[in-house]
Write a protein that binds this ligand. Sequence first.
Ligand code: C5P
Length: 304
Amino acid sequence: MPPGSEWDLRAEAPAKLNLGLEIVRRRPDGFHDLRTVFQAIDLHDELWVRERAGAGVSLAVTGPEAPAVPAGPGNLVVRAAEALAGRRRPGRGVEIRLEKRVPVGAGLGGGSSDAAAALLALEALWGLDPDPAERARLALELGSDVPFFLTGGTALGEGRGERLTPVPAPPSCHWVLVVPDFRIATADAFRQVSPSLTGLKQRINILLTAFEKGDYDGFFENLGNDLEAGVVRIQPRLASIRLELLGQGASAVGLTGSGSALYALTRSQGAANQLLSNEFGTPGCVRAAVSPVGFGARVVPWNR
Ligand code: C5P
């Protein structure tokens, strides 16, 4: 039997990077309004789903990042599946396998993308009429980044990140993802935001103009992330990793979300290869070449 043939559907859940992030204000509900450009990338988790007799959701997590995520009710995949079943197909059961590859606690949105992939896969499995507005509402209840993964690609995110506008892709370059061996909890990073950081900002607008014009300088110089100063207070090593990458030939370095992952950008393949070479590796950091993609979480066919 070929691998996967016992499953009904397979879905992919790509990671994301934040290209710039501005905190606009702290809201009365405790969240922050922000402006950021989300970019989906080719690093992804995989979900396999099949019907099971009786109600309930069972999840098995496999893959290199499996030890870092819960397989029980705390997993966003379980929460997504239970919420969708409760609203649209009460009493239906499902079995899910999650192949976890996207590092956890790194600002790459893996858990959010898994949740979006679960919503899309279960809509398909249960033959539900898609209701994009209801799907987007449910996604936001699961987490601020989940709505982005329903469409993916390159998008401006506003509000908590759920007000999404597709924008041009950034100018073509080489991307190196750098994942340190420590994690940052998102809530801890947002707690570090000081009121003086909020207010009128222009960087994201400049970034978007740079994408329209294919302007590399505008792209590389406007990747600032308002969460970075606070994250560096939590983990000062991030500042030295950033400096190291710039010293090793990166044209720009950005922090994704609340970290801990950074990404380095170069214009030449040679400079990217240099960043990826053993000679320049930082102890405790994993470096990998990644590429932007123009889609989000999606159900994908496979050869059964
Ligand atoms: O929505 P999500 O579960 O990803 O958010 C995790 C935590 O990050 C929230 O509880 C909140 O403290 C913080 N957060 C925020 N503003 C946002 C997104 C997240 O303050 N726009």
